[in-house]
Design a protein around this ligand. Sequence first.
Ligand code: C5P
Length: 224
Amino acid sequence: SGSSPLQGKSVVITAGPTREKIDGVRFISNYSSGKMGFAIARAAEKRGALVTLITGPVHLPAPPGVERLDVESALEMNAAAEVFFGKCDLFIGAAAVSDYRPATPIEGKIKKGAENIELTLVKNPDILAGFGRQKSSAQLAVGFALETRTGLDNARKKLAEKNLDLIAFNYFDRKNSGFDVDTNILTLIGCDGMTTELPLLTKDAAAEKLLDAIEQLCLERALN
Ligand code: C5P
């Protein structure tokens, strides 16, 4: 249409799970499907944005017109994302990044033997918070918070701690919301405290609503 504030903007989106190597054949991961992040990438591209989609291992085709970067671990996702920190207009963290990784992945395959073995995990970098720390006033940071029913306050805390402009809170313990389904129930919270509860929507429709809210932010801040 040419009228979207996202027209020509550089948008970076992280999506999917990450895999953290235990040894050459095993990993720690989660059930993220990547559907929400891919839906946002598709919707942003349609609004004329220049979209880079940094994704962990998922079973989804790249949306046409979107630059796709495939990564495996949180460290790889972080390295791929950091390249864009200084130059993107909008960073959306939709990936379910593993919070921890095995401290020292074993080469080859861990042998079966002892009744109990220990795995030491170390914390991964918070990619979105890293962007939030160094973004300029012309850049927007948007995140997700997957929480239980009582997690709205947690989502607000994350918005502040990660220096985000907007956070999309979704329920992980509700049917039709969260991982690996085609629908989502999002509550959008702006850094001004404005809270918008969306109804149960397809992830495509939820992505459009999220981008509507982001466009609104762009207009309010005259980022167009
Ligand atoms: O703190 P929590 O993991 O709940 O925050 C979720 C948000 O932060 C999501 O937007 C997610 O993509 C992002 N995140 C990240 N790097 C991490 C952990 C979370 O970018 N290591």
